[in-house]
Design a protein. Structure first.
Lengths: 112, 114
C-alpha cells in the first residue's frame, strides 16, 4: 500500500531561523495537503497542492509539490514561537483510495 | 467550512468498559472519518462512515471493537469497546470540506484506560 514518509521527525530551531519539512510518497499523488497541529490541539488544514511543480505561499510559509508529484515540502522563513506544532503532510494516491495517507509529522520546536 | 463538535474531550475509563465518542457537524456531510492518534504519532484511519450504510473499516480495525453509528448526515458516534490500556489514545472525527478547507477535524477525545 501507499506509504508517506516525512522527515525530520523533530526539528529544534532558534527563533528567526528557517525550517523545512519534507514529505515523500511511495506512489504518485493526485494531491497533497498540509496540516498543522498545535500541542494539545487537533490538525488544522493549511493548504492543498494539486499541480506538478506547484508552489504556493502563505505569508512566511512556502509549499512546494514536486514535478513527479511524489514529494512535497513546507518551508517556514524566520520562525516564530507561534509556529510551534507538528506539521503533517497527507497525500492522496492518484491510483488508489480517495482518502489521503498522513505522514508521521514533523514536530517543530522554536526556542526564543 | 464545517465546524465539528466532539465530545467528550477526555475520559479515563476502566479496562473492560466502553466509551462512546460523539461528533456533531454544523452542516450535512456525506462521509465522516474516524482516526486514532497515539501520542507523538500520525493519524491512523479507523473507518469511514456513510449515512444509511455500514461503516468501512481499515485493516486492523473491526466492527466488534469499534462500532460506529451514522444516523443522519450531521452526526456520528464511535464506540471503543472492551477497553484495554492499549486503547489509550486520541480519537478524532473528521469530514472533507473541500479543496479550500481540506479535512476538518473535531477537537479530539483523549482516552486513558486504567
Amino acid at each position: 500500500g501507499q506509504q508517506v514518509m516525512q522527515i525530520p521527525q523533530y526539528q529544534h530551531v532558534q527563533e528567526g531561523e528557517d525550517f523545512t519539512t519534507y514529505c515523500n510518497s511511495s506512489t504518485t499523488l493526485s494531491n497533497i495537503q498540509w496540516y498543522k497541529q498545535r500541542p494539545g490541539g487537533h490538525p488544522v488544514f493549511l493548504i492543498q497542492l494539486v499541480k506538478s511543480g506547484e508552489v504556493k505561499k502563505q505569508k512566511r510559509l512556502t509549499f512546494q509539490f514536486g514535478e513527479a508529484k511524489k514529494n512535497s515540502s513546507l518551508h517556514i522563513t524566520a520562525t516564530q514561537t507561534t509556529d510551534v506544532g507538528t506539521y503533517f503532510c497527507a497525500g492522496r494516491d492518484s491510483g488508489g483510495s480517495y482518502i489521503p495517507t498522513f505522514g508521521r509529522g514533523t514536530s517543530l520546536i522554536v526556542h526564543p | 467550512s464545517a465546524v465539528i463538535s466532539q465530545k467528550p474531550s477526555r475520559d479515563i475509563c476502566q479496562r473492560g468498559t466502553s466509551l462512546t465518542i460523539q461528533c456533531q457537524v454544523d452542516s450535512q456531510v456525506t462521509m465522516m472519518f474516524w482516526y486514532r492518534q497515539q501520542p507523538g504519532q500520525s493519524l491512523t484511519l479507523i473507518a469511514t462512515a456513510n449515512q444509511g450504510s455500514e461503516a468501512t473499516y481499515e485493516s486492523g480495525f473491526v466492527i466488534d471493537k469499534f462500532p460506529i453509528s451514522r444516523p443522519n448526515l450531521t452526526f456520528s458516534t464511535l464506540t471503543v469497546s472492551n477497553l484495554s490500556p492499549e486503547d489509550s489514545s486520541i480519537y478524532l472525527c473528521s469530514t472533507w470540506t473541500g479543496p479550500n478547507y481540506g479535512y476538518t477535524f473535531g477537537s479530539g477525545t483523549r482516552l486513558t484506560v486504567v
